[in-house]
Design a binder for this molecule. Structure first.
Ligand SMILES: [Zn+2]
Length: 894
C-alpha cells in the first residue's frame, strides 16, 4: 500500500513501545547476537483464527447492486480439515448468512457471529473428518460508502455524476466482501464470477475467461482463477471504464480509467512496461500472472493498493495530464507505480506471514521505488531528493512511543496503524544500508534466492536474512536484527585527535533520544552499525567501519575535515566534537549535496534533542549559497516552517518570519518566478516551494504577485504555468475573502480532473479567515466535498488555515456524523493526528479525555504517539524559540 500526501501526515505519530518486545530485545542484545525470530512456520504464525481448517480454493459468485448497495453472494470453498472438528471459524463483517452447508448439503450448519472478533463460526451436527471437504455459503454482504471493503465512488463527468464500485482490503477487509480466512498466511486460489449491468466493465485479479448475457440488462463475467494468494490482495472494480494496453514479456499491461480518461494513462503505461521487464530480471522470477492492470479510481481511498494483477490507485496518483499537471508530477507517479509493482513480488508472490513483519512488504517496496527511479531517471536524483523520508523516520524513532520495525500486532486496528514511517521509511533506509554493506550484486542474488525459494508462500524476516547470508557470505542477521528487532536511533559520536601530523577519529555509539526534558531516560541499545567515514579529498572513497561499542580509525592529516555517514546512506545520527565540527562547517560548500543535507539535518536534530542550541544550526544556514540545490533549501524550509508553526500566537513570530524571508528571498530572487529550463528539473520544485513558504511567512510582494497571476489565470488559464499552479492557488486560498473563496469552490465543483479539484478544494480549506474556515468545516458534512478528502480538508483548516481550535471543536461536536461517512480508520487515527497541530498541555488533556480515540488498541497507540508529539513540541517551543529570537536580534545588531 502506498499513501496519499495526507496519510503520512496522518501517521505523524508512532505506536507505543511494546514493553515486552523492547525488554526482550534488550536482554538479547546484552546476551550477544541471539536474535529472537524464527523462520516461517504456518502453525507458529500469530493470528486469531484457528488453524484446524484451511481454505484451498474459493469459487465466489457476487451480484453487487450499484443502486441498493446490496452484495448477495454464494461461495464454494474447498477446505482441508487438519483435525476432526464440528466447528469452522472464519472472518465476516456486516454479513448476513442465508445458508451454510458442507459436502453437497450433507450437513447444514448453525451460524454464530462474533462482531467484536469479526468472525463467524459454523457448527455442524457431526464432526468433519480429516481431509478435503466442500463448504457452501450463501450470504449477503454490503457495499460501503467509505473506502473500505467494496465501496462506491460517485464522480463528476461532463454527462453528470456517475457511480463505480471498487475495493480496498488491506489489512483485513476482504471479510467485508465475502466470508473468508482473512489472515495473510491462509493463502488460497480465488475464482470469481460477477453479475453486473451489461454496459459496465468489471476488472479483477485475473483476465476474463467468459462473459455471457444474463436477463434483459445484465451479464455474467467469469475471471480465471488466481494463483495461491492472501485474501487482502483480492480486487474488484466495476464501472464505466476503458482500458489501454501494451504487451511485455508475455504479459498484457493495462491502464484502466473512467471513460474518456485512459489516454492520460500513457505515461503510466510506458512506465509499467519498463518496470515489468526490469523487475523480471532483478527478482529472477517472472511476473506470474498473464495480465497486470493499473486502475485509476477517482475516489474511495487516497493512495494505491498492490492487489495482485489489478493495482488500484487514487486517480491523480496514476494519471498524468499534460494540461493540468506540472512536469515534475511524473516523479511521484513513476515512484508509486514502481512501489506497487515491486509489491507484485515483495508482498504478493512472497507474503509476510503476519502483520508484525509488514515491513517486509513496505520497506522493500519503498526502497525498490527509489532504486528504480534512480535506474530509469538518474537526473531526478531520487536518493538525494528523497532525503526527507529517512529524516521523517529518524524523528519518530527517537521517541519513547517508537516501535521496532518488527512489532507485535495483536489486532486489526493495530495492523492498520502499523502502516507508518517506521515500517516504510526506516525499513527502506535499513535495506539501503545493507545493500551498500553487502554490495549490489550479492544483495540482488540473495533476493533472487529468497524469491525462488518462497514463491507463493509466506515468510518472516529471518527467512530473508538466511537467504542473504547464504549468498553474501557475510554476517547479516546480527547487523540487520539489531535494527529490526529493537526500536530507536543510534547516535554515533565522532571525536578527532592529533598525533603529530596524523589525525585519529574515535567513534562511539549511544542512543539518540528526543524527549520532553522531564521524561525518564530511555533504555540503552546496542547496534551493529556499518559507519561510513570519508575525507573530502577528490576521488577518495569512504571507509566502512562496523561499529559495535566504540573504535578508533586513522583520519587523514591533523585538522582535515572528515565526514561521518558519508553519502547519507546510514541510519544513525552523528554528533561531532567542536573541533571536527568546525572543520566540517568550514568545508560546507565542498561537501557533496547529500552530505551537506545530512550535516544540516543532524545539526537540527541535535537542537531538537537538547544536545545543542539553535545558533549551531542557524550559523550553518547563514553559510549556504542561494545557488544550492533543492533538498538543501528544503531542509531549511522545513525547519523554518516547523519553528513558524510553534510561533503561532507569539508576539515574536514576526521576528522569525522576517528572518526566514531574508534567508529565502534571495534564493527565489536568483530563480525568478519564470525560470527557463525543462520544467522537470529541481529548480521547478524549489521555486514552487519558496513561493509557497514566503507567502505563508507573510511576504506581501509574493502574496500580491500570486493574486495578480491567479486573476490573470481566471481570464486565460494558459497564462499560469502548471508548475506554479499549486503554490499560487494555495496562497490565494490562505488570504481569500468570501468572493475568492466562492471562486475556488466554484472551480472545484466545475472540474472533472481530480488533481485540479483537489488543488481548489484544499486552497479553499486553507483560508485563514475564521468565517470561511467555519464554512469549510460545515461543507465536510455534505456531499459537496468528496468523502476521500474530508479528513484532509479538516486538517487543512487546522494547519494551513491556522484555525486548529475551530477544527477541533467541529470534530468533537460532529464526530459521529463524520464517522459514519469516513469508516473505522477515521476513528482510530484522525483525531490523534489533528491534535498534533497543538503544542500545549491543555489540548493534550482534551485528547487524552476524548473517548472515541481510545476505543480500539490501534486508537490508543495513535493517541499515545500524539500526546508525546504535543509534549515534545511544547518543550521545544519553551526551549528553542527564545534562543532563536535572541540570536536573530543579536545578528541584526552586528
Ligand atoms: Zn506499499
Amino acid at each position: 500500500m502506498a499513501d496519499l500526501h495526507g496519510v503520512f501526515r496522518y501517521l505523524r505519530g508512532v505506536p507505543t513501545m511494546r514493553r515486552l518486545v523492547a525488554t526482550l530485545a534488550l536482554m538479547l542484545s546484552m546476551s550477544g547476537a541471539a536474535w529472537a525470530e524464527q523462520v516461517f512456520s504456518f502453525d507458529a504464525t500469530p493470528g486469531k483464527l484457528p488453524k484446524n481448517v484451511v481454505p484451498v480454493r474459493y469459487a465466489i459468485a457476487l451480484a453487487p447492486s450499484l443502486e441498493t448497495l446490496a452484495l448477495p453472494g454464494v461461495e464454494l470453498v474447498d477446505i482441508e480439515v487438519r483435525e476432526p472438528t464440528a466447528k469452522v471459524t472464519l472472518n465476516a463483517v456486516n454479513t448476513t448468512f442465508v445458508s451454510v452447508s458442507i459436502d453437497d448439503e450433507a450437513q447444514f450448519a448453525v451460524v454464530t457471529l462474533d462482531s467484536a472478533a469479526e468472525t463467524a463460526t459454523f457448527t455442524f451436527p457431526q464432526p468433519l473428518a480429516i481431509g478435503a471437504h466442500k463448504l457452501r455459503i450463501a450470504f449477503e454482504a454490503q457495499i460501503n460508502k467509505f473506502g473500505t471493503g467494496l465501496f462506491t465512488v460517485d464522480y463528476p463527468t461532463d454527462a453528470g455524476t456517475k457511480r463505480l464500485i471498487s475495493s480496498k482490503l488491506e489489512p483485513s477487509d476482504a471479510r467485508r466482501i465475502f466470508p473468508c480466512w482473512d489472515e495473510p498466511a491462509f493463502k488460497a486460489i480465488f475464482a470469481l464470477e460477477v453479475t453486473v449491468p451489461r454496459n459496465l466493465l468489471a476488472v479483477g485479479n485475473m483476465p476474463v475467461v467468459r462473459e455471457q448475457p444474463f436477463g434483459p440488462n445484465l451479464k455474467q463475467v467469469a475471471f480465471a482463477p488466481t494463483p495461491k494468494m492472501s485474501t487482502y490482495l483480492f480486487v474488484l472494480t466495476i464501472g464505466e471504464l476503458e482500458r489501454i494496453t501494451a504487451d511485455v514479456d508475455g504479459v498484457t499491461i493495462g491502464i484502466v480509467a473512467t471513460t474518456g480518461k485512459a489516454a492520460k494513462g500513457q505515461f503510466a503505461l510506458d512506465s509499467a512496461v519498463k518496470l515489468l521487464a526490469w523487475f523480471n530480471d532483478y527478482f529472477g522470477v517472472k511476473y506470474p500472472l498473464p495480465k497486470l492492470d493499473l486502475i485509476a479510481v477517482p475516489g474511495g481511498f487516497g493512495g494505491a493498493m498492490e492487489n495482485w494483477g489489478g493495482i488500484t490507485f487514487f486517480e491523480s496518483r496514476l494519471l498524468f495530464d499534460p494540461a493540468t499537471n506540472a512536469d515534475t508530477a511524473r516523479r511521484p507517479i513513476f515512484g508509486i507505480i514502481a512501489h506497487e509493482m515491486a509489491h507484485q513480488w515483495f508482498g504478493d508472490l512472497v507474503t509476510m506471514a503476519w502483520w508484525d513483519n509488514l515491513w517486509l512488504n513496505e520497506g522493500f517496496a519503498t526502497w525498490m521505488a527509489t532504486k528504480a527511479s534512480e535506474q530509469f531517471y538518474p537526473q531526478w536524483l531520487s536518493w538525494l531528493n528523497g532525503y526527507g523520508q529517512k529524516q521523517f523516520a529518524l524523528a519518530l524513532d527517537a521517541r519513547r512511543t517508537s516501535h521496532p520495525i518488527q512489532q507485535t500486532v495483536a489486532s486489526e486496528s493495530e495492523a492498520m496503524v502499523a502502516f507508518d514511517a517506521i515500517t516504510y521509511n526506516k525499513g527502506q533506509a535499513l535495506i539501503r544500508m545493507l545493500e551498500n554493506y553487502l554490495g549490489e550484486t550479492a544483495f540482488r542474488d540473495g533476493i533472487r534466492k529468497y524469491m525462488a525459494k518462497h514463491a507463493y508462500g509466506n515468510t518472516t524476516t529471518a527467512d530473508l536474512w538466511q537467504a542473504l547470508e547464504s549468498v553474501a557470505h557475510k554476517p547479516v542477521t546480527g547487523i540487520a536484527a539489531s535494527f529490526t528487532e529493537q526500536d530507536g536511533v543510534p547516535l554515533v559520536t565522532a571525536e578527532t585527535s592529533c598525533s603529530g601530523e596524523e589525525q585519529r577519529l574515535a567513534l562511539r555509539q549511544g542512543r539518540f533520544v528526543i524527549a520532553p526534558t522531564a521524561a525518564a531516560p530511555l533504555l540503552p541499545r546496542n547496534w551493529q552499525i556499518p559507519v561510513a567515514v570519508g575525507l573530502l579529498r577528490p576521488a577518495s572513497s569512504p571507509e566502512i567501519v562496523l561499529l559495535q561499542g566504540s573504535t578508533e580509525v586513522a583520519a587523514g592529516s591533523c585538522g582535515e575535515a572528515i565526514k561521518v555517514n558519508f553519502g547519507d546512506i546510514g541510519y544513525y545520527r552523528v554528533e561531532y566534537d567542536p573541533t571536527s565540527r568546525a572543520a566540517l562547517a568550514k568545508s560546507l560548500a565542498a561537501l557533496a549535496p547529500e552530505d551537506r543535507v545530512n550535516f544540516l539535518a543532524d545539526s537540527w536534530a541535535m537542537v531538537q534533542a537538547g544536545r545543542a542550541g539553535p545558533p549551531s544550526y542557524l550559523a550553518l544556514v547563514e553559510m549556504l549559497s542561494p545557488d544550492d540545490r533543492w533538498p538543501v533549501w528544503d531542509q531549511v524550509i522545513n525547519t523554518m516552517s516547523a519553528l513558524n508553526r510553534l510561533s503561532r500566537n507569539r508576539a515574536e513570530q514576526p521576528i522569525l518570519q522576517n528572518y526566514a524571508r531574508a534567508r529565502l528571498g534571495p534564493v527565489l530572487g536568483k530563480l525568478g518566478w519564470d525560470g527557463s529550463g525543462s520544467g522537470d528539473d529541481d529548480t521547478a520544485l524549489l521555486r514552487g516551494s519558496l513561493i509557497r513558504t514566503l507567502g505563508e511567512f507573510g511576504d506581501e510582494e509574493i502574496l500580491a504577485e500570486a493574486k495578480r497571476r491567479f486573476a490573470a489565470f481566471l481570464q486565460d488559464p494558459k497564462s499560469l504555468p502548471n508548475a506554479l499552479r499549486d503554490s499560487v492557488t494555495h496562497l490565494v486560498g490562505i488570504t481569500a475573502d468570501r468572493a475568492t473563496y466562492d471562486t475556488l469552490l466554484g472551480l472545484a465543483r466545475k472540474s472533472t480532473v481530480t488533481n485540479e479539484r483537489l488543488r481548489y478544494f484544499f486552497a479553499a480549506a486553507s483560508a485563514r479567515n475564521a468565517d470561511l474556515a467555519r464554512a469549510t468545516l460545515a461543507l465536510t458534512l455534505t456531499d459537496a466535498v468528496p468523502g476521500t478528502i474530508v479528513a484532509g480538508m479538516i486538517n487543512s483548516v487546522a494547519s494551513s488555515g491556522e484555525q486548529p481550535d475551530l477544527a477541533w471543536d467541529f470534530v468533537r461536536r460532529n464526530f459521529d456524523a463524520l464517522l459514519v461517512r469516513q469508516g473505522p480508520a477515521f476513528r482510530d487515527q484522525f483525531v490523534a493526528n489533528l491534535m498534533t497541530n497543538f503544542s500545549d498541555e491543555g489540548h493534550a488533556a482534551e485528547l487524552a479525555a476524548f473517548a472515541p480515540a481510545q476505543a480500539t488498541s490501534g486508537g490508543r497507540v495513535m493517541t499515545a504517539r500524539a500526546l508525546e508529539t504535543i509534549a515534545i513540541a511544547a518543550d521545544l517551543k519553551a526551549r528553542a524559540l527564545p534562543a532563536v529570537d535572541a540570536w536573530i536580534k543579536a545578528r541584526s545588531k552586528q
